[in-house]
Write a protein that binds this ligand. Structure first.
Ligand code: GLU
Length: 443
């Protein structure tokens, strides 16, 4: 059977890094098995859902190259839900309830006051037809609850958490539909997972108790429940899902100049037993992807890790990856020379300016100026101008190591550190190099 996974965000805001991680893992789970990865827009909440967020979700997935193989939108499936709901109604698995929010609140308080768990008492299930008719005659529209089967044990083998067991009698029959006919999340999600042929539901561990209920929904609808796996939540360095993490998404990653490959490499392995490595090749990441490596402890997201992985990924990026934003005269050789020195790919522009100049002039002392004058004289253009220049100066001046190299680097680039001069000098070229050395010698 083809493996089918889905990522099911509600378009009520931008995706944050925790959502991106869930999306990525679902993508990987499907791709690894040669299956399908679907996007489902959970927009039954018409008031809070916005089109601009739907577009942002698509854009974000695209940027990370997690393009879905199909997309469904819950707001377009309402007729289908109605029909599935009628079936559950006919089977007695959903029932109307008339309590107001205040009544329910009171019931909860009474239960808690007696030291009992605040489980819904199913009073609505006990209503007679006449009592229901009376409520409706008073103009009270019902909301709807899903009737859990207390005799059916709820158990599943979670792909990450292992064997899970719930006692349905310890759960409230969940409200699945409001009095105005609008849907809560649980039931449409089960309807859709069935009709979309979802074989694997991989989501955050905040959904574990929803799974217990949804398993009964699948069964009530005559469907085999999918495999479930719940991943530990992502937390910030400080240990909580901080505000910062909640606002950290693709937009901010892009603004900060991180490579999508770096985000993918980090999120693919964060919270697993595998080391986070700068793996830009998706196939290589997929090869080691395995839910069995996922830990139960919260996964810690630290931007310093992202920065590190990003730099390591940049150092391997091919020229084609930057060809879109570098100047026209920028060459693959320039990329090769500059790449090892970058933390972010965008910094290549600064370094290209160092190559093409002008460079910031420096104030050197007299002795160094004399040395640089000698360097300007000694400069002979060949295939290996840096090696030739430094070899000649070493013999001619007796300088070595830092004394030999550092003034040359400073005069030629205006900086103290940077790419390998043997690669950089040919890019600077003879004319500019001579000018810079002479200018530095003049002081
Ligand atoms: N829309 C739900 C959420 O964002 C989907 C959960 C699920 O994956 O089923 O929490």
């Amino acid at each position: 059977m083809t493996r089918v996974t889905r990522f099911a965000p509600s378009p009520t805001g931008l995706l944050h890094v925790g959502n991106l991680r869930t999306a990525l893992h679902n993508w990987m789970l499907a791709r690894k098995a040669g299956g399908r990865f679907l996007l489902r827009i959970d927009d039954t909440d018409a008031e809070r859902s916005e089109d601009r967020f739907v577009e942002a979700i698509r854009r974000d997935l695209d940027w990370l190259d997690l393009t879905p193989d199909g997309e469904e939108r819950q707001s377009k499936r309402l007729a289908f839900y109605e029909e599935a709901f009628e079936r559950l109604k006919a089977a007695g698995r959903v029932y109307p309830a008339y309590e107001s929010a205040q009544e329910l609140d009171l019931k909860r308080k009474i239960a808690l006051g007696r030291g009992l768990p605040p489980i819904y008492d199913r009073a609505a299930l006990a209503l007679t037809d006449e009592q229901r008719a009376a409520k409706e005659a008073q103009g009270v529209a019902p909301h709807w609850r899903f009737r859990l089967d207390h005799d059916e044990p709820i158990a599943w083998d979670d792909g990450i958490r292992g064997p899970q067991k719930f006692d349905a009698a310890q759960l409230s029959d969940p409200v699945v539909r409001r009095a105005d006919g609008s849907w809560l999340y649980m039931l449409p999600s089960a309807f859709d997972d069935i009709s979309m042929g979802v074989t694997d539901v991989l989501r955050g561990e905040d959904h574990v108790s929803n799974t217990a209920v949804q398993i009964q929904m699948f069964t009530a609808l005559g469907a085999q429940p999918p495999r479930f796996a719940h991943e530990a939540l992502l937390v910030g360095r400080e240990g909580k899902l901080s505000k910062r993490l909640g606002s950290l998404g693709v937009e901010s990653f892009r603004e900060q100049g991180y490579q999508p490959e770096a985000i993918v490499a980090l999120l693919a392995r964060l919270g697993t037993a595998l080391p986070v490595e700068p793996i830009a090749d998706r196939t290589a990441l997929l090869d080691t992807f395995d839910l069995a490596t996922f830990g139960r402890a919260p996964a810690r997201f630290d931007e310093a890790d992202l920065a590190r992985v990003n730099a390591q990924i940049v150092h391997q990026l091919p020229f084609e990856a930057v060809a879109g934003f570098v100047p026209e005269d920028f060459t693959p050789a320039a990329w090769h020379a500059i790449r090892p020195n970058l933390e972010k790919a965008s910094e290549v522009i600064d370094w290209w300016q160092v190559v093409t100049g002008p460079v910031e002039p420096r104030a050197f002392d007299e002795e160094t100026r004399a040395y640089l004058a000698e360097a300007a004289q000694a400069l002979v253009w060949s295939d290996t101008p840096w090696q030739d220049l430094t070899a000649a100066l070493k013999v001619g001046t007796g300088r070595k190591g830092r004394e030999l190299f550092q003034p040359l680097r400073q005069a030629l680039t205006g900086r103290d550190h940077g790419p390998d001069m043997a690669e950089l000098l040919p890019l600077i070229g003879e004319e500019r190099a001579r000018e810079r050395l002479e200018a530095a010698a003049r002081g």
